[in-house]
Design a protein around this ligand. Structure first.
Ligand code: RFL
Length: 407
């Protein structure tokens, strides 16, 4: 017997104001800003709620971003639970160099794991502000982007039926591997890309932090980094060959390398623990220009990527969300197009500043291990300048915190 075709007629289109594709920090912050202003929206997410609330990634949030979250009623748990940091430490040629950027600027970072922030943002959007969020959607496709009423369609995970959401605007917040960026014809966007040719083994250890601040080990064997995530979990990074297999990095090999690269006179011993995440990142950067294509607006990693070298990606995603969320609210509630028209340029100012800083820092972190005596010499000069010139120190602090005026 031939089984009946399951869906003879497609479901009717729904009319919405904004469709947000992706429930990461960018999409969820936008959703919350829209809900707070009673602007109709729906968030589509391929993962489950449990998946997005547990995916370990970032942890360092700049103070300006925390203040913005706070101003929008999105930082209650963060303020109660995050650790404030105002110092970092470079370890180099067996010595420790403390850098108290808080003293120079009066500002700091907050260490708060991305899964906790995402959990807070989903709860506020869906459970408190009553926002519509659809998890587990499949085959998300964008349509009619050149028209005044574009659409987003997806396969419903429960019925397998294709649903169509017709809307005024699509916010493309689906990260580095999403589909929204590719919905723009190649001839209408430029992607500027840079590959560092360097791998990082990103690790999460079930162990308390081994220092009271972020530590950056600049070593002939390669860079190593240490960053608190919580009192029980610590993130470490080890420079490695791009494309390395994480399975080749056994527990003993990882801790031996970390001890060698982060070792310095007077440094407390590392507090070792089980490795609960091991993944290789091939360090690369890209920027899509412009970020606006008709009624599709890209935000966060969908539009630009910086590797975790300077801990900037989530901060940029939040900056986009604040700019785009406010712009969509202004248009939907007052018909004011200014924010939308200026969105791409406004976002890209901070994006390019952070890309430049990430590249500068990448040279500092990796120069000594490059095997090139010229690059190693330049690295030493940069580090020496940071710790001897108050002007250079102030400039570094400003960039590290994203606190320069005019972003
Ligand atoms: P996300 O977080 O990737 O979220 C995108 C969401 O979209 C979903 N999705 C789709 N949904 C619908 N339809 C589709 N077709 C879809 N395709 C994908 C995905 O499931 C996901 O839920 O992007 P967003 O919101 O732009 O946020 C970007 C940040 O997540 C990212 O920049 C940071 O994690 C980068 N990063 C760091 N940034 C910081 O500011 N500080 C840090 O300390 C920091 N540490 C890190 C990091 C990134 C890391 N990795 C894994 C690359 C440390 C690491 C190890």
């Amino acid at each position: 017997m031939i089984p009946p075709y399951p869906h003879p007629s497609p479901a009717p289109e729904e009319d919405r104001t904004v469709v947000v594709v992706g429930a990461g920090p960018a999409g969820l912050a936008i959703g919350n800003i829209l809900r707070a202003a009673s602007v109709d929206c729906v968030v589509l997410e391929t993962g489950t709620r449990q998946f997005i609330e547990n995916r370990p990634r970032a942890g360092v949030i700049e103070e300006w971003a925390v203040r913005e979250l706070q101003r929008r009623g999105l930082a209650g748990n963060l303020m109660a639970r995050a650790e404030a940091h105002d110092t970092c430490e470079f370890r180099f040629e067996g010595e420790r160099f403390r850098f108290a950027y808080g003293e120079l600027t009066g500002l700091g970072h907050y260490f708060y794991p991305q899964p906790l922030l995402v959990t807070d943002l989903v709860r506020e959007y869906a459970d408190v502000r009553g926002g519509d969020i659809r998890f587990g959607v499949r085959d998300v496709t964008l349509h009619d982007l050149d028209s005044d009423r574009p659409a987003v369609s997806y396969l419903c995970p429960d019925t397998g039926e294709r649903r169509v959401l017709r809307c005024d605007f699509v916010a493309g917040c689906d990260g580095a591997r999403g589909v929204t960026r590719d919905a723009v014809p190649a001839e209408r966007r430029r992607i500027a890309r840079q590959d560092d040719g360097i791998g990082w083994l990103a690790l999460l250890a079930e162990a308390p932090p081994s220092a009271d601040c972020a530590v950056f080990g600049i070593h002939p064997r390669g860079f190593a980094g240490h960053m608190a995530r919580s009192p029980e979990v610590t993130r470490y990074y080890l420079q490695c060959a791009p494309g390395d297999d994480p399975e080749d990095w056994t527990h003993d090999r990882v801790w031996a390398e970390l001890r060698a690269r982060l070792g310095a006179d007077g440094a407390p011993p590392l507090r070792e623990g089980r490795l609960i995440e091991k993944r290789i990142l091939d360090l690369h950067h890209y920027v899509v220009e412009p970020l606006a294509h008709g009624r599709l607006l890209l935000a966060g990693d969908a539009g630009h990527l910086t590797p975790p070298i300077a801990a900037k990606g989530m901060n940029l995603a939040l900056n986009d969300a604040f700019l785009l969320g406010d712009a969509l609210v202004a248009y939907a509630t007052r018909g004011d197009r200014g924010g939308l028209d200026g969105y791409s340029d406004a976002s890209l100012r901070r994006v390019w500043e952070y890309q430049e800083f990430s590249q500068w820092l990448s040279d500092v972190y990796h120069g000594v291990a490059s095997g090139d005596p010229f690059r190693a010499g330049v690295t030493r000069a940069r580090l020496r300048r940071m710790f001897t010139s108050p002007t250079a120190a102030a400039a570094f602090a400003e960039q590290y915190l994203g606190a320069a005026p005019g972003f």
